[in-house]
Design a protein around this ligand. Sequence first.
Ligand code: SF4
Length: 62
Amino acid sequence: MKVSVDLDQCEANGICVGIAPDVFELDDEDVLHIVEAEVAPDRLADVETAVSQCPKAALKLQ
Ligand code: SF4
């Protein structure tokens, strides 16, 4: 499974970073980066939570 972000939708509120800081990161200019696009099986639950909690529906898991 891979996670990606639509930066046109992301409003950099950091909710995903709070849920999975090892996977998502906001830089100094509030741009979201995916640290680990390939989601490890033991991180899948948190990434799924982040995807579902993103208020902008900017994250996609496929
Ligand atoms: S939760 Fe969604 S809107 Fe917020 S930083 Fe993450 S991807 Fe962007």
